[in-house]
Design a protein around this ligand. Structure first.
Ligand code: AMP
Length: 277
């Protein structure tokens, strides 16, 4: 496995890789969720490139860029075990040199949910992912359903800009009790870790109500909100039931519908989702 910090070196090594190349972009601090993406890339491609880059431009000024967990040695040992060919780990100045002035805006689907709370977030995500696609030139790239809106934004960007690659969605990997795996879970103390389960409980409730025949989206939202409010450590950012393509909020659930939520547990902001089908 080669570990590469420079764009020029990444490009040079890329030319020698057996094709097709599968690519997994990450911010590191890898867990089983990331591994599901890498394993899928390994199974479906002749070569695998992973990137580790905590992208400063997708964090707001009050957000946890500095505190975002990092452990490069552990990440590299995990990626080596999964037979990753190249790990691309650029510095911030390599990706954003002085006088960097080009930004990629995806409109509409970026305006709600995560985008409503985190205004420049998807501009940062789209820009860095487009740059990584241009540097790595993968045939296929793998994103987690855990970040459902991000997946939608990347698909939209790739379609709108005729990017020549396939975007593959990988189902959310959960802890045994249902909590979606996330690098940020490390920030939860034991009490908060127990409280964090309320996200999955609310999503499961939505799924249960839907399977019992409830079609009134507002009633499902309200039931979820009531459940989450019973957890004193949880503060709701949003609870949404939306169209999976447009992210427009629904009055009546029409499958497939994306049920998603963002909840703060102490200082840790957690997101999760399920699709009603
Ligand atoms: P991150 O390092 O958080 O930027 O995530 C990198 C990629 O891993 C993104 O495509 C995420 O959607 C995906 N991912 C993160 N957590 C999970 C999870 N629990 N299950 C599946 N994919 C995940």
């Amino acid at each position: 496995m080669k570990v590469v910090e420079k764009i020029s070196e990444m490009r040079r090594l890329r030319q020698r890789l057996a094709r097709p190349v599968g690519f997994v972009p990450t911010m590191g601090y890898l867990h089983e969720g990331h591994l599901a993406l890498v394993k899928r890339a390994r199974a479906e491609n002749s070569s695998v490139v992973a990137s580790i880059f905590v992208n400063p431009t997708q964090f707001g000024p009050q957000e946890d860029y500095e505190q975002y967990p990092r452990d490069h040695q552990l990440d590299l040992s995990i990626l080596a075990k999964e037979r990753t060919d190249i790990v691309f780990m650029p510095s911030v100045s390599e990706m954003y040199p002085a006088r960097f002035n080009s930004w990629l805006e995806v409109s509409r689907v970026t305006e709600r949910l995560e985008g409503a709370t985190r205004p420049a977030h998807f501009r940062g995500v789209a820009t860095v992912v487009a740059k990584l696609f241009n540097i790595v030139e993968p045939a296929r790239t793998y994103f987690g359903q855990k970040d459902a809106q991000q997946l939608l934004v990347i698909k939209k960007m790739a379609a709108d800009l005729n990017m020549n690659l396939e975007i593959i969605a990988v189902p959310t990997v959960r802890e045994d009790d249902g909590l979606a795996m996330s690098s940020r879970n490390i920030n939860l103390n034991p009490q908060q870790r127990r409280a964090a389960l309320v996200l999955y409980q609310a999503l499961s409730l939505a799924q249960q109500l839907w399977s019992q025949g409830e079609k009134d989206a507002e009633r499902i939202r309200q039931e979820m909100i009531t459940l989450i409010k019973q957890e004193p450590l949880a503060a709701i950012d949003y609870v949404s039931i939306a169209d999976t393509e447009t992210l427009d909020e629904l009055d009546t659930v029409k499958p497939p519908a994306l049920v998603s939520l963002a909840v703060n547990i102490g200082k840790t902001r957690l997101i999760d989702n399920v699709v009603l089908e």
